[in-house]
Design a protein around this ligand. Structure first.
Ligand code: GUN
Length: 291
């Protein structure tokens, strides 16, 4: 069993990005600029955004954090999105989710100019990705593809089972794994699938993105399979100073001995998600997707 080290892989990619930024600056080009909008004080979102700002620094990007209280109106937030759409100094921006209940997340996400949508959530980017055209690709599935490729995990003709059909992870993941060059045969299973266990038993690659801690058990996994764990549920842990720890969707202790490759939680997919956003920001700064 080989552990897939997302932390180390993400650090290597950040270094490659920083080298490219150095070259851009040496050519007299501006540093890529990422803006993050954070509404309210959700603990998870605060951590994610702080990590994104830190990653920007490590990559040599300019970053701006725009904070708003959770009483901001939808109209005010949409006006902020329009302002960023029209600001030539901003290469890409994200609106950190979740948003307060009185704001329609879909409306806000769809208001972002697709050429600045470094989260890859806009339907134009999702559509372009689906037909294999240049697109900003959602960070978590892109990070998983990078892990699979950097660890030289065979994919052509392999059966990949994606568990979970979210717009951010499961669904785009299923599309990417089926694309030319990756060439998996893909099955997407979800909460209404009747025989998840039997389908998973046939998988060469399992991507678990269902948000149920410990969902994937050893009896679901074929000997020699690769298991990618996207789950990050906070569970109570009195021994941790924070009072909680992250638990993945995979029963790691019992599944890992059967695997050829497996990602840990934390330190697997998580660090890759942020570095994928950095990759998209670099592409936005280079105007490489929308020319
Ligand atoms: N909330 C959880 N993950 C993400 C993400 O990748 N992007 C944004 N904007 N919000 C999130």
């Amino acid at each position: 069993m080989q552990l897939i080290d997302g932390k180390q892989t993400a650090a290597a990619i950040r270094k490659e990005i920083a080298e490219q930024v150095d070259q851009m600056v040496a050519r007299g080009e501006k540093r890529p600029h990422l803006v993050a909008i954070l509404v309210g004080h959700d603990g998870g979102s605060e951590t994610y955004v702080a990590n994104k700002v830190k990653a920007c620094e490590e990559c040599g990007f300019k970053s701006t954090l725009l904070r708003h209280e959770d009483n901001i109106t939808e109209a005010e937030l949409l006006a902020e999105v329009q302002r960023l759409n029209n600001d030539p100094d901003v290469d890409g921006f994200i609106v950190q989710l979740p948003l307060p209940k009185h704001i329609d997340e879909e409306k806000v996400t769809h208001a972002i100019d697709p050429t600045k949508d470094v989260d890859g959530f806009h339907p134009v980017n999702v559509g372009r990705m689906t037909i294999g055209a240049p697109a900003f690709i959602s960070a978590t599935p892109q990070g998983i593809v990078d892990l699979i490729q950097r660890y030289n995990i065979p994919t052509a003709g392999k059966h990949a089972v994606v568990i979970g059909r979210s717009n951010i992870v499961g669904r785009p993941m299923s599309v990417l794994l089926s694309q030319k060059g990756i060439d998996c045969t893909v099955t997407l299973v979800h909460s209404r699938t009747a025989n998840i266990k039997e389908i998973c038993q046939q998988a060469d690659i399992i991507v678990a993105a269902i948000g149920k801690p410990g969902f994937v058990t050893a009896d679901m996994v074929k000997e020699g399979a690769t298991v990618i764990d996207v789950g990050t549920t906070r569970v109570k842990d009195e021994t941790s100073p924070r009072g909680w720890r992250l638990k993945g969707d995979v029963d790691f202790a019992n599944v890992s001995p059967k695997c050829a490759f497996i990602t840990p939680v934390p330190g697997g997919v998580g660090p890759m998600t942020i570095v994928s956003l950095m990759k998209n920001t670099l592409l936005a700064g280079q105007k490489a997707i929308y020319k």
